[in-house]
Design a protein around this ligand. Structure first.
Ligand SMILES: [Ca+2]
Ligand SMILES: [Ca+2]
Ligand SMILES: [Ca+2]
Ligand SMILES: [Ca+2]
Ligand SMILES: [Zn+2]
Length: 524
C-alpha cells in the first residue's frame, strides 16, 4: 500500500489553512510536503539484473518508485515487513556505496543519495544573506529561434512538448561539464565526492516536488553524465557564451548540431523515448568551487528555460551554497514546468502553466510563503505554484486535472441494426482527450491501457489493439463476437486509461432469423 492521504482530508487541510491563516502576518508556510506525501521513500532497492522498466519492479510488491537510476537502482516505498525481494537487495539503513560498485556508477550514486536524503536527512542550511533571489532567471529563446511547433498529429506531447505539467514520469539528464584546458585555462576540476553531493541534492529537490503531487504519480528516472569534457571553462563564461560548452558537451554525448537548443531537444527526446518517460528535463551543473562568488562573470548563477526545459546551476549557486541546491533545483525545475516567479518583476495577473493560472501569489498580492516567492523549499509550495505546474484537482477525486482525462471513441465499423448472421465485428479508434488548456497547446499523457467488451451484460473480454498493445494515447481497436442467438443484443465497449478513467460505448442490434429476412416480401 502506498501512503495515501484521502484527498478530502487534503482539501480540508487546504481550506482550514486558508481560513486560519489568511489574515495573519508573517505569511504562513504553504501545506508541507509531509502532509501531501504520496509515495514516501523508505527503501533503496538494488536489482541483480538490469531492469528494463524499473517503475513496475516494486509495484507488484505493493510498493512504488520515486527515483530510478538505471539499470539496477530504485529509491521508493516498499512495505515495512518486506526485508527482501526476489533477485534484489533491499536496504532500509545506510549503505556503503562502494559495496554496490559491481552494479555501476548509478547504483553508487543512488546509495549516496539514499544515505544523504533518506537515512540522515540533512539539517536545513542557512542561506547566506548575500544570496540573490532566484528571480529574473527564466530565459527565453529569441522568438525567431523558437522552433515552430508542428500541428499535433496525435494527442501525446510532441517533440517540443518536453515539460507540459508535473505528473507522470520525468526523465532527468544531469550533465557536469569538465574543462580540459584545451581553450580556456582549466580553473575547476570536479571530484567524486562533490559530484555525489550534486546528484543527491538534485534528487532531494525533485523528491520534494514528488511529495507535493498526490495522485500525479510523479517519478524520476536519471541519466547522469559526470565530467563531460569541454575546451571551455564554463564558470568563466557569460550566458551569451553558454552555447559553446553546452553544444560541445551535448555533442560529446552523441547529439551533434549547430545550435545548443536543438541539440538539447534531440538529447531530451532520445532520453524520453529510451526511458519510456512522459517528459524530460536537462540540468547542467557547472563547477565553481574555486570561483570567488559562485557566479558566472555576468552574475548569473542559476537559470532555466521552459523551452527547451534546461537548467544551468553553478556548484555554489552564489550565496545559496551547495547545501541549498535542492531548493534551487526545485525552484528552477518548477520554471521548466511553467511556474512563474513570485518575486522580482512579477505581475499578479500574468498567466502561467498548462492550466493558465494567474500569478496571484506574486509578492505584490502574495498571501502565503512559497518556493517561487523565496526560492527555498522550507517555504513550501503554495497553491498558485502547484496549480501552475499542473497540480490542481478541480473535482477532488485525487487525479490532478491534466491527467483526469477520458478516452473518446470513434467507431468506424459496426453492424447494422438488424443482422442475419451469428457474427458481428466492431472497429475504430480511441483517443484520450487532453484537458483543456486555456492558452494551449494541449496534450495528454493518459495512455489507453485496456479496451474490453461485454455482450448482453456478460463477462468483460479484451478487444484487440491495432498495433498489438494498448499503451499509447491514440489506439485502434477491433473485436468480433460469434455465436449470436436470434433476438436482441447489446454490446458495450469500455476503454480505460492509465489514471483509471473509463468511457463506455454501447450498441444494440437484433439478430433476425434467416427466414424472417424474406418475410416482408412473402407477406406482400
Ligand atoms: Ca577542469
Ligand atoms: Ca565568478
Ligand atoms: Ca481530478
Ligand atoms: Ca499501442
Ligand atoms: Zn525564478
Amino acid at each position: 500500500m502506498k501512503y495515501k492521504i484521502p484527498f478530502t482530508m487534503l482539501m480540508g487541510v487546504l481550506i482550514l489553512g486558508g481560513l486560519v491563516f489568511s489574515n495573519i502576518q508573517p505569511r504562513p508556510a504553504a501545506v508541507s510536503a509531509a502532509e501531501l506525501q504520496d509515495c514516501e521513500s523508505n527503501a533503496l532497492v538494488i536489482f541483480d539484473q538490469p531492469l528494463a522498466d524499473g517503475f513496475s519492479a516494486l509495484e507488484a510488491s505493493g510498493g512504488c518508485v520515486v527515483h530510478f537510476l538505471p539499470p539496477h537502482a530504485l529509491i521508493g516505498y516498499l512495505p515495512e515487513e518486506l526485508q527482501a525481494l526476489p533477485g534484489a537487495s533491499v536496504y532500509r539503513d545506510a549503505v556503503d556505496p562502494a559495496m554496490l560498485a559491481q552494479y555501476g556508477a548509478e547504483a553508487e550514486l543512488a546509495a549516496h543519495a539514499w544515505n544523504s536524503n533518506h537515512v540522515q536527512p540533512p539539517q536545513p542550511v542557512e542561506i547566506s544573506p548575500q544570496a540573490q533571489p532566484l528571480a529574473g532567471e527564466v530565459m527565453r529563446l529569441d522568438p525567431e529561434l523558437l522552433p515552430e511547433r508542428p500541428a499535433a498529429i496525435d494527442a501525446a506531447p510532441g517533440y517540443y512538448d518536453m515539460s507540459g505539467f508535473m505528473a507522470g514520469r520525468v526523465a532527468v539528464g544531469i550533465v557536469l561539464p569538465e574543462s580540459n584546458g584545451a581553450q580556456d585555462p582549466s580553473t575547476e576540476n570536479w571530484d567524486a565526492s562533490r559530484m555525489n553531493t550534486v546528484v543527491a541534492e538534485i534528487q532531494q529537490g525533485l523528491n520534494w516536488w514528488a511529495g507535493h503531487n498526490p495522485g500525479g504519480n510523479l517519478q524520476f528516472v536519471y541519466d547522469i553524465h559526470p565530467q563531460v569534457p569541454t575546451r571551455f571553462e564554463p564558470i568563466n563564461r557569460n550566458l551569451s557564451d553558454h552555447h559553446y560548452w553546452i553544444s560541445e558537451t551535448l555533442a560529446g554525448l552523441g547529439f551533434d548540431g549547430s545550435y545548443w537548443y536543438q541539440q538539447s531537444y534531440a538529447y531530451l527526446n532520445n532520453l524520453r523515448t529510451t526511458q519510456q518517460a512522459d517528459w524530460a528535463v536537462l540540468i547542467f551543473v557547472v563547477d565553481s568551487l574555486h570561483d570567488a562568488n559562485g557566479m558566472f562573470p555576468d552574475n548569473f548563477f542559476a537559470y532555466s528555460y521552459h523551452m527547451p526545459p534546461v537548467v544551468v546551476m553553478t556548484y555554489d549557486n552564489d550565496g545559496w551554497s551547495i547545501g541549498y541546491m535542492d531548493s534551487v533545483t526545485a525552484h528552477e525545475v518548477a520554471h521548466n514546468f511553467g511556474a512563474g516567479d513570485e518575486y522580482g518583476s512579477c505581475n499578479c495577473s500574468e498567466l502561467f502553466g498548462y492550466l493558465a493560472i494567474p500569478n496571484s501569489n506574486c509578492h505584490e498580492c502574495a498571501t502565503v510563503d512559497c518556493i517561487m516567492l523565496t526560492g527555498s523549499v522550507t517555504s513550501g509550495a503554495c497553491e498558485v505554484s502547484r496549480h501552475q505546474v499542473g497540480m490542481r484537482d478541480t473535482d477532488s477525486d485525487g487525479k490532478p486535472d491534466p491527467v483526469d482525462t477520458f478516452p473518446a471513441f470513434t467507431v468506424t465499423s459496426q453492424p447494422p441494426d438488424r443482422i442475419p448472421g451469428s457474427v458481428v465485428s466492431y472497429a475504430g479508434s480511441i483517443r484520450d482527450v487532453p484537458w483543456d488548456s486555456p492558452t494551449g497547446p494541449e496534450f495528454t499523457i493518459n495512455k489507453i491501457t485496456t479496451v474490453q467488451y461485454s455482450l448482453d451484460g456478460g463477462a468483460w473480454l479484451p478487444a484487440v489493439a491495432g498495433d498489438g498493445v494498448f499503451d499509447e494515447v491514440d489506439e485502434d481497436f477491433r473485436l468480433s463476437i460469434a455465436g449470436l442467438s436470434v433476438g436482441d443484443h447489446q454490446v458495450r465497449i469500455r476503454a480505460s486509461n492509465r489514471w483509471g478513467n473509463s468511457t463506455l460505448w454501447t450498441d444494440t442490434f437484433t439478430r433476425i432469423d434467416g427466414l424472417s429476412l424474406f418475410l416482408p416480401v412473402l407477406v406482400r
